[in-house]
Design a protein around this ligand. Structure first.
Ligand code: 13P
Length: 255
């Protein structure tokens, strides 16, 4: 059975103290209220990671992740952070290929394939993001775009390495816009992603892959989205900055 995961992406929000108090609040609420087998992940800015890992010690419901990692092992890359550094503070996940990185930092599929390799080498689980722009959807290219992002970004991996990934479908037009994909639109793409994985690897690998939906996910729309057969949780931006909203989204999977 594949894992159900609700991951928060704080993006470039929260100073150090704000982040620590939000996370402490989250832990207390989740301890009291979450009863299912779902996994919660917080992908914070780098500055918080070490402290958040310490705060979550002994409590397996929460894992921590970074939002980016450099493709090189180490070296003269002023201002960058390596996968090894991220792993060394106890984080287990790293978001790769977020559309904001693709758009504002020019990250290509080729570069992301390298970042994926380096992250896996250092025992991080990439949350690999894919998704089409509004223009691509309107010109009916969304399936091709998704297919290509998978083929060039992650399908070079062998079956065992691919099994360590989480895939996140985030339609660019739904991110931070308040416009969410309908559950039918999201399910259609998730089923397509799973079919692509099955044809590249096999049905078992496809069935075991956790595929998250991201884009204006809220406590209101999460129940219907998460009820779709190929949606295994969410990657949550804005709503992950509000403890009540984020915990309510995690609770969609309460048993
Ligand atoms: P919003 O939930 O704010 O739309 O952001 C989604 C996202 O980009 C998560 O990575």
């Amino acid at each position: 059975m594949r894992k159900k995961i609700v991951a928060g992406n704080w993006k470039m929000n929260m100073d150090y103290n704000e982040g620590l108090s939000l996370f402490s609040e989250l832990i207390n609420m989740v301890k009291d209220e979450v009863t299912g087998k779902q996994q919660a992940v917080v992908c914070s800015p780098f500055i918080h990671l070490h402290s958040l890992v310490q705060l979550s010690k002994g409590y397996t419901k929460f894992s921590l992740g970074a939002q980016n990692a450099h493709q090189a092992e180490s070296g003269a890359y002023t201002g960058e952070i390596s996968a090894k550094m991220i792993r060394s503070v106890g984080a287990e996940y790293v978001i790769l290929g977020h559309s904001e990185r693709r758009q504002y930092f020019g990250e290509s599929n080729d570069l992301l394939a390298k970042k994926t390799d380096t992250a896996l080498k250092h025992d991080l689980n990439p949350i690999f993001c894919i998704g089409e722009t509004l223009q691509e959807r309107e010109s009916n290219k969304h399936f091709d775009v998704i297919k290509n992002q998978l083929a060039e970004g992650v399908f070079h991996l062998d079956e065992t390495s691919f099994g360590k990934l989480v895939i996140a479908y985030e339609p660019v037009w739904a991110i931070g816009t308040g416009v969410t994909a309908s559950s039918a639109q999201a399910q259609e793409i998730h089923a397509f992603i799973r079919k692509e994985i099955a044809s590249k690897y096999n049905q078992q690998v496809a069935d075991d892959t956790t595929i998250l939906y991201g884009g204006s996910c809220t406590p209101k729309n999460a129940p219907e989205l998460f009820a779709q057969p190929d949606i295994d949780g969410g990657l949550i931006g804005g709503a992950s900055l509000k403890s009540r909203d984020f915990v309510d989204i995690i609770k969609v999977y309460n048993s």
